[in-house]
Design a protein around this ligand. Structure first.
Ligand SMILES: C[S@@+](CC[C@H](N)C(=O)[O-])C[C@H]1O[C@@H](n2cnc3c(N)ncnc32)[C@H](O)[C@@H]1O
Length: 254
């Protein structure tokens, strides 16, 4: 494991104790099944209507998993390299009697067999921690022919926005085209975020043979850190995106 991956994993392992401290609150949210956005529900409606077997890469607190099962998924396997996060998510799903199973593992290097997923779901602060090419290869490996990849993620421009409340601003210490920067929100603790442009992300997905179905950008952030109202979130700038892609049905192994 390289130094940055080790630092990041330790940061996430420590930060994930939040999921244990806030267990009861998160359990109530999981029971309500409210952790998928309206955009996610709309884009996933048809796929979920077929009862897919889902793999959630970098599943974190796992709240999306209980919501996916409540919305029609047959099962969800969450994969996360934080044993603390995976353990808390498993306890919540078990308590609610929902078909979610958690595996402690690295992305890439997911300890699951090839072609196990009808849907690979990920995002909300996931892609900034992985090598994109290796990640995309892992997604293609896990998908069954005809299976879908769905990403709902922070927009790659978000690290540029200041949190000024009066006018949107651009941070002078950041570049859209930088390779990385030090995380200053969560998990903090010296973690290094990778930066990928939107072009990098789409290119990684199509390079492994997936067909792009939709790519959309949104003004609403998926997360509003700091309990503030930043002008950058007032509807004029991109703060999130969704990407839906599919492994061709006639790909090798079908
Ligand atoms: C922001 S969270 C994911 C979103 C999830 N919805 C949440 O809010 O908990 C990022 C998760 O990715 C995990 N993670 C980061 N890099 C990883 C990697 N290379 N392999 C596996 N898990 C990773 C972290 O442990 C963390 O739980």
């Amino acid at each position: 494991m390289d130094g940055v991956t080790k630092t990041n994993r330790e940061a996430w392992e420590a930060a994930s104790h939040k999921h244990v401290r806030e267990y009861d609150d998160l359990l109530a949210q999981a029971a309500a099944g409210s952790s998928l956005t309206a955009v996610e529900r709309e884009l996933l409606a048809d796929i979920l209507s077929h009862g897919p077997e889902v793999v959630h890469l970098q599943s974190g607190h796992g709240l999306e998993d209980t919501a996916l099962v409540q919305a029609g998924a047959k099962s969800v396997v969450g994969v996360d390299y934080s044993a603390v996060a995976a353990g808390a998510a498993q306890r919540r799903a078990d308590e609610l009697g929902l078909a979610c199973r958690y595996v402690v593992g690295m992305v890439p290097g997911v300890p699951l067999a090839d072609s196990v997923a009808d849907l690979v779901y990920t995002g909300k602060g996931a892609l900034i921690w992985v090598d994109l090419g290796a990640w995309a290869g892992e997604v293609a490996r896990l998908l069954r022919p005809g299976g879908h990849l769905f990403v709902y993620e922070g927009h790659p421009a978000v690290p540029l926005w200041t949190w000024d409340s009066d006018v949107p601003g651009i941070r002078t210490d950041r570049s859209y085209f930088a390779a990385s920067h030090v995380n200053d929100t969560f998990p903090a603790r010296g973690a290094i975020e990778r930066q990928h442009t939107l072009g990098d992300i789409v290119t990684a997905v199509v390079t492994v043979g997936l067909e792009l179905i939709s790519l959309a950008e949104y003004p609403e952030p998926f997360w509003r850190p700091g309990g503030i109202r930043a002008a950058a979130w007032d509807g004029r700038l991109p703060n999130a995106y969704s990407l839906l892609a599919r492994r061709p049905a006639d790909a090798a192994g079908s």
